[in-house]
Design a binder for this molecule. Structure first.
Ligand code: SAH
Length: 692
């Protein structure tokens, strides 16, 4: 079997479909999976084990045989826990073939082959009966099918089916129940991920304000979940407007309904403010009494308890359809609507003198459809991109740089996706800025221009850079070529070097004294110690007494399959780390010249100047807009003497994990890491190698 994998080519900016063998997909799946992270989640593992022991105990106490159904067994971990706890037999279901194979090996290695039967099927395909996959229905249902939104991985339909066909009535379930919590907040930072704020431009002829069109103002946005490491959001970045409220619970030991429904709670704001965001997380009780509880609550909810770091379960940010001013103590209703796989929220004010009957009446209009972007801006700009466009500091740097180079007769061309730079250029004096890049859909830009009276002031050129014709530019030469640069297809920081390729492709249209902004870019690198992120790539070995090395080997194999010597993108503002070396500029890219034919490579060594564990190298790009103005898409600053790093909150950085970690303890004899980095101008990719 062959699969086709889409990948943007950083030299052409367009998607290419590469034919890959059958193995490719699953190696990707394993290498980038969260299995390692789950196995490192001590809190989760310990509590599952406690819950499973208790459930087996209860069944045995009733004098019954303990027959376990483990849906989504992965490594087989929860089944092995059940078998160790005295279960008589376990059916371990796993739909993903490579994982099911691994589970068989792991179960065998740990000596449980006679107690655990691994079944490589989706649970809805499993049969029960003398000839079936299972001899009889189970009386203990164990699963771990949850994502950050709880239901996004299909837990509800899976449970619904299991209760109908695979388990006995009155069965034990581990977890026994899940509860979803919410808190209403005001947060300019998080709201800036959904709304475009007005952009202020100080122009020669007074202040100009760029405003979003009304379609955008009232758009509910996109339904995809926004899951983040909320524990990295400082309390100064939001104001809580309500207490933490229980939104809904699911009892997994009883029949579960997956059909769309809604839940409604009454709220009284503890503070007046603008309701914009619903923060949400869940917990699971492993036993009916709720004594064994595993929670995703963020740091401010139970400040005394130790937080377990995990990346497979985080917290959710939901955006209300509109900002709603609320008063302390007033009566509000918050509604969570859900379908089988996702949840969305809306807020309503209780009407004056409302009674129970009225309440019933307007229940009908609370359950609105799942959010669908109508303005289309949310399809062009994802949430970090909204945040970036709303970053006033960043905008100011571009404005200042543009002001330095634009003249009233400038012929300006912008190459970047969905960029506001041409509008800034227009306000700052350019006659008729043009733009190339992703500017679909047109309705959005027409509305945008109309709202700002810019209809005939900016021209969108629908041509790829290499197909640009003099007629597109009214036979004029480009005097100012600008880019942020930003392209939606970029995965790693250097993929935005597509700007350089595009600049090369339009060379014939550039005036001899053209100004290119940014004039250059540079690649920077630093060795770091991660507080937690190292776990996702670190072998586990023994997990709660079970040997899961087979899984470690499998992950290692998959990482080496294709992705070796490759970095991976991570938004490091969510993953604290400290610098162990000084940041170092390793390559520069001169946009005033065309892309050279030859590769750009560099070798060198970097001294470890701080004690710590070298988990890997972080790489990012910086763009030099003017002599004294640069923007960093990576490191913003090293904030203290401990080396804690502050990262650009809108961008992903490249992380290259070292295959082995070195601990530098003695600094009198500084350890050095040597590196070799190669930018292949033919492919636009960067390969790297580090020696410790
Ligand atoms: N139980 C393991 C792994 C959990 S990850 C542990 O706790 O460590 C969830 C696994 O469930 C994945 O491997 C996924 O492939 C599998 N899965 C999800 N839904 C399933 C279903 N309905 N039937 C079978 N497998 C499923």
């Amino acid at each position: 079997m062959k699969t086709f994998c889409g990948r943007a080519n950083p030299t052409t900016g367009s998607m290419e479909w590469l034919e890959e063998g059958e193995d490719y997909d699953y190696h990707q799946e394993i290498a980038r999976s969260r299995y390692a992270d789950m196995l490192h989640d001590k809190d989760r593992n310990v509590k599952y084990y406690q819950g499973i022991r208790a459930a087996v105990g209860r069944v045995k106490e009733r004098g019954e045989k303990a027959i376990v159904l483990d849906i989504g067994t992965g490594t087989g971990l929860l089944s092995m826990m059940a078998a160790s706890a005295g279960a008589d037999f376990c059916y371990a279901i796993e739909v993903f073939k490579p994982m099911a194979n691994a589970a068989v090996k792991i179960v065998e290695k740990n000596g449980f082959s006679d107690k655990i039967k691994v079944i490589n099927k989706h649970s809805t395909e499993v049969t029960v009966g003398p000839e079936g996959d299972m001899q009889c229905r189970a009386n203990i249902l164990v699963t771990e099918l949850f994502d950050t939104e709880l239901i996004g991985e299909g837990a509800l339909p899976t449970y619904e089916h299991a209760h109908k066909y695979l388990v006995q009535e009155g069965c034990e379930a581990v977890p026994h129940r899940a509860t979803v919590y919410v808190q209403l907040v005001e947060s300019k930072r998080m709201w800036s991920w959904k709304k475009l704020f007005p952009v202020h431009v100080e122009a020669e002829d007074g202040e100009k304000i760029l405003v979003p069109p009304s379609e955008m103002e009232n758009c509910p946005g996109v339904p995809s979940v926004c899951d983040i490491q909320l524990n990295q959001m400082p309390s100064s970045d939001f104001t809580t407007l309500s207490d933490v409220v229980t939104m809904f619970s699911v009892d997994f030991s009883k029949p579960v309904q997956s059909a769309s429904t809604y839940y409604r709670v009454q709220l009284e704001p503890v503070k007046s403010g603008k309701a914009q965001i619903v923060l949400s997380w869940w917990d699971i009780d492993m036993d009916p009494s709720g004594m064994i509880n595993c929670t995703m609550a963020p740091y401010w909810v139970k400040p005394t308890s130790a937080l377990q770091w995990r990346d497979h379960w985080m917290q959710c940010v939901y955006f209300l359809p509109n900002e709603e001013p609320v008063l302390q103590g007033e009566k509000l209703y918050l509604t969570a609507c859900r379908d089988e796989y996702s949840v969305w929220y809306n807020l309503q004010k209780a009407r004056e003198g409302e009674n129970k009957a009225d309440e019933e009446e307007h229940k009908a209009d609370v359950c609105v459809e799942s959010p669908v972007c109508r303005c289309r801006a949310h399809l062009l700009w994802n949430r970090p991109r909204f945040g970036e466009l709303n970053d006033q500091n960043r905008t100011r740097q571009y404005i200042e740089s543009l002001r330095k180079v634009l003249k009233t007769d400038s012929v300006c061309l912008c190459i970047s996706d969905g960029s506001l730079l041409p509008v800034l250029a227009h306000y700052l004096g350019a006659k008729q800025p043009s733009r190339i890049g992703l500017y679909h859909p047109h309705e959005l830009w027409q509305a945008f221009f109309k709202a700002n009276h810019l209809e005939d002031k900016i021209k969108i050129i629908e041509a790829r850079p290499e197909l640009l014709k003099p007629s597109h530019l009214e036979d004029k030469k480009i005097s100012v070529l600008v880019g942020e640069p930003f392209f939606t297809t970029s995965l790693l920081p250097w993929h935005n070097l597509y700007f350089w390729y595009a600049r090369t492709a339009v060379s014939a249209h550039l005036a001899s004294n053209v100004t290119v902004l940014p004039q250059s870019a540079s690649l920077h690198m630093m060795i770091v110690e991660f507080q937690d992120l190292w776990r996702i790539r670190s072998p586990c070995g023994i997990c709660e007494g079970f040997d899961v090395q087979t899984m470690d080997d499998m992950i290692k194999d998959s990482l080496n399959f294709r992705e070796s010597k490759e970095a991976e993108p991570h938004p490091l503002w969510e993953y604290p780390c400290k610098s162990l070396s000084d940041p170092q500029e390793v390559l520069t890219f001169d946009f005033t010249k065309t892309v050279p034919q030859h590769c750009l490579s560099t070798e060198g060594s970097v001294n470890l100047s701080r004690k710590g564990k070298s988990h890997g190298a972080v790489l990012w790009m910086e763009y030099h807009l003017a002599a004294d103005i640069s923007v960093s898409t990576g490191l913003m600053q090293i904030s203290n003497e401990k080396g804690n790093c502050e990262w650009n909150p809108h961008c992903k950085q490249a992380v290259y994990f070292f295959s082995s970690v070195i601990e530098s303890e003695i600094l009198s004899d500084p350890t050095a890491v040597t590196y070799a980095i190669n930018f292949d101008t033919k492919t636009g990719e960067i390969a790297m190698d580090f020696k410790l």
